[in-house]
Ligand binder design. Structure first.
Ligand SMILES: [Zn+2]
Length: 427
């Protein structure tokens, strides 16, 4: 373990005085409020990674660093673009017509996510299984027949059955469920299973009732089922305060939030914006203000790399990407991550995580007399961007989370002063 150097004690008196707001403190609080007000406004539509709202947040953050004269450290100025895999989806050229009527994807039909692709035309009856035509199967019958078999796997059954009907000449397979056995068929856009050799389409109950109301009719089917792999582009922001020091401290916060929650629940029809004031406009604003303080006056024993990550809500995508494609190659000493620092109450306390990732933290934090009640969590993993750094053996990291019920702007002063203390360290 390297030695902690620094000016820890010099800053301690400021923390003790934190409850008494100076003029500078009041300005800082006003700045934080302004940042959060914009970043969490409806105009930014919840800052979903790769969305127009995310781009507006990125532009806002970049403008802050430009105004502060803090140098860019991205790949394109302050910005580092990265792709987000959106999984498989039907191409816009895909369609399914029954007797000349176009069916609505998702509401009336879905292809299986491991369906084969291709165009097909058919004049098919449900009960006739003819070569070069579409074949049909009621999954309710299948599930009924398997009801005594606890190991029955419907997905595997469909794979085997598709092979069988293809061998007998079927050009496509249509699945439906006329009964009450639950089949749980869904389109899994991240399905990596091998594609079936013919298109396999599943009809919702509504789709089936509407378009296939007669078992002995012949249906004129005209379809094209094709998939594409979709990506969208998200953006990290990187800024750098260069003190010509050997070590660099990473200060991070994720800038993205859930948008309309479309990545987590496709059936979420509320269309409600998840504004994400606390998660994580609060942390974003805090590190902008922290950078401002460090730019004005910072200890010369560290450089400071300020990273605003996108794609955190999708699974730490931005921080993982940054670590795989670092835009700064110097010696990173430790990481401070701020995720949800907008609220504080004495019941939930201030959570300081990563406490166990270095023996030095206990020493440092014992010397940090703060009026905040603190909860220490020793784990280095966890559901935020610090986990990406911890996995890459970053010597230490720490995250600061406040999870009370009430927004508390005054706590920023204390929080930022704790951080000012932390960023002085060298491990
Ligand atoms: Zn968060």
């Amino acid at each position: 373990m390297r030695k902690i150097l620094g000016v820890v004690l010099i800053l301690v008196p400021f923390i003790g005085m934190a409850q008494k707001l100076t003029k500078a403190d009041k300005v800082l609080i006003q700045n934080v409020q302004n940042h959060i007000k914009y970043l969490a406004s409806d105009e930014l539509e919840g800052r979903r990674a790769g969305s127009v709202g995310e781009q507006k947040a990125v532009n806002y953050i970049v403008a802050q660093y430009q105004a502060l004269g803090i140098q860019p450290m991205g790949t394109d100025g302050y910005i580092q673009a990265f792709p987000i895999d959106e999984g498989k989806r039907l191409t816009s050229g895909s369609f399914l017509n029954i007797n000349g009527e176009a069916l609505v994807y998702d509401k009336e039909f879905i292809p299986l996510s491991n369906s084969g692709s291709g165009k097909f035309n058919s004049n098919a009856a449900i009960t006739l299984n003819e070569s070069k035509q579409v074949w049909f199967k009621d999954l309710n019958e299948v599930l009924d027949a398997a009801v005594t078999n606890p190991h029955f796997d419907l997905n595997q059954w469909i794979i085997d059955f598709t092979k069988e009907v293809k061998a007998k000449g079927a050009s496509a397979l249509f699945l439906y469920n006329k009964g009450t056995f639950v089949d749980n068929i869904q389109f899994n856009k991240f399905d990596t299973a091998a594609s079936l050799s013919i298109p396999v389409v599943y009809f919702t109950k509504n789709g089936w009732m509407k378009h296939f109301n007669d078992d002995i009719d012949t249906y004129k089917i005209n379809a094209n089922i094709e998939f594409e792999h979709a990506t969208r582009t998200a953006h990290n922001v990187a800024a750098f305060i260069d003190n010509h020091a050997t070590n660099t401290v990473v200060i991070g916060a994720h800038l993205d939030h859930l948008g309309y929650n479309e990545d987590h629940n496709a059936l979420d029809i509320n269309n409600t914006i998840r504004n994400g004031a606390d998660d994580n406009a609060s942390g974003t604003s805090a590190i902008i203000e922290l950078a401002k303080l460090l730019k004005k006056k910072s200890p010369k024993n560290n450089n400071y790399l300020i990273l605003h990550f996108s794609g955190e809500e999708l699974g730490l995508f931005g921080s993982k990407y940054w670590l795989e494609h670092p835009t700064y190659k110097g010696n990173l000493n430790y990481m401070i991550n701020l995720d949800m620092v907008g609220r504080y109450d004495t019941a939930r306390k201030l959570t300081v995580g990563g406490y166990g990732t270095s023996t030095k933290w206990a020493e440092v934090l014992a010397k940090t007399p703060t009026s905040l009640l603190t909860h220490y969590d020793s784990a280095g993993a966890g559901p935020s961007d610090h986990a990406s750094f911890y996995r890459k053996d970053m010597p230490v990291w720490i995250k600061l989370i406040m999870q009370g019920k009430q927004p508390s702007f005054n706590m920023y002063i204390i929080l930022l002063k704790i951080q000012m203390l932390l960023v002085n360290l060298i491990f």
